[in-house]
Design a protein around this ligand. Structure first.
Ligand SMILES: Nc1ncnc2c1ncn2[C@@H]1O[C@H](COP(=O)(O)OP(=O)(O)OP(=O)(O)O)[C@@H](O)[C@H]1O
Ligand SMILES: [Mg+2]
Length: 230
C-alpha cells in the first residue's frame, strides 16, 4: 500500500453546508473519516447531526460544499451507486411491510441482483435471527426489527455505514444487544462509520474519534478522551 492510500480518507466532507427555509442547518462542515474508522457525532438536539448524515449520502442536496468518497466527488456518482456503498441505519428501523426476506432482498433487487435464500439466512444468522426469513416485520420486537434493518443494510455490501442514533429507540436490553452486534460487524467488515448518538458513554465506547456539533457547526473533532473531557 502506498503512503497516499494509507492516509487518504475514505469519506471526506468539505465545507458541507445546507440552508433550508432561510436557516443554515449544516454550516461549512469539513471532516475526514478514514477507512475502518468510526467517528461518533454528538451534540444537542437540533445541532444538525441527522441533517449532516442526510447530506453525507446525498439524501439532501448540499447548498454549498461536497463530499468525497474515496477521493471522488459524490456529485459525479449515480445516487443509487452512492447509497449502495453507504448504508444507513436509522433510529426507527427502516423496513416496509412484508416479510423479513422481502426486506433483505430489496436492495440487491434494485440493481437487478438476486440474493439467494442461503445468503439471506447467512445475513440473518449474522444478526442473531436465524430462521426469521418468513416472519412478518410488523410482528417483530424493536430490537429484532433493528437487527433486520442491519441485515438489510449489509445485503448491499456497503463500505460505509451512517448510523443515526441506532439504539436510542430500544429498551435497555435490546440497546446492549444491538450495540454489541453493530460493533462486531463494523470491526469484522472493516466498515467506515459515522455514528450519531446523544449518548456520550456510547460515543466513548464506539468512537475511534468523536466529533461535537452545535448549531450546524463542527465544534471539535478528536480522540474520545480529548473531546469528551474538554
Ligand atoms: N427540511 C428542513 N427544513 C428546515 N429546517 C430543518 C429541516 N430539517 C431539519 N431542520 C432544522 O435543522 C436543525 C437541525 O436538525 P437535525 O434534525 O439535523 O438535528 P439533530 O442534531 O439531529 O437533532 P436530534 O438530536 O433532536 O435528532 C433543526 O433546527 C431542525 O429544525
Ligand atoms: Mg437527529
Amino acid at each position: 500500500m502506498t503512503q497516499s492510500s494509507i492516509s487518504s480518507p475514505k469519506l471526506e466532507a468539505r465545507d458541507l453546508t445546507r440552508e433550508a427555509d432561510g436557516k443554515i442547518i449544516v454550516d461549512h462542515v469539513s471532516m475526514k473519516v478514514y477507512s475502518a474508522e468510526v467517528v461518533a457525532v454528538v451534540g444537542p438536539s437540533g445541532a444538525g447531526k441527522s441533517s449532516l448524515l442526510r447530506l453525507l449520502n446525498r439524501l439532501d442536496e448540499p447548498t454549498a460544499g461536497t463530499v468525497y468518497l474515496e477521493g471522488q466527488d459524490y456529485r459525479e456518482m449515480a445516487p443509487r451507486e452512492l447509497r449502495r456503498r453507504m448504508g444507513m441505519i436509522m433510529q426507527m428501523p427502516y423496513l416496509f411491510s412484508g416479510s423479513v426476506a422481502e426486506n433483505i432482498r430489496f436492495g440487491p433487487q434494485q440493481r437487478s441482483e438476486d440474493i439467494s435464500d442461503a445468503d439471506i439466512e447467512r445475513l440473518l444468522e449474522r444478526v442473531g435471527l436465524p430462521g426469521f426469513s418468513d416472519r412478518t416485520v410488523d410482528r417483530l420486537s424493536g430490537g429484532e426489527a433493528q437487527r433486520v434493518a442491519i441485515a438489510r443494510a449489509l445485503a448491499n455490501d456497503p463500505e460505509v455505514l451512517l448510523l443515526d442514533e441506532p439504539t436510542s429507540a430500544l429498551d435497555e436490553d435490546a440497546k446492549a444487544v444491538v450495540e454489541t452486534l453493530l460493533e462486531e460487524i463494523i470491526r469484522e467488515e472493516g466498515l467506515t462509520c459515522v455514528w450519531v448518538t446523544h449518548d456520550r458513554a456510547q460515543a466513548l465506547r464506539m468512537g475511534d474519534r468523536v466529533a461535537v456539533m452545535e448549531a450546524g457547526r463542527l465544534l471539535r473533532i478528536g480522540s474520545p478522551q480529548e473531546v469528551l473531557n474538554a
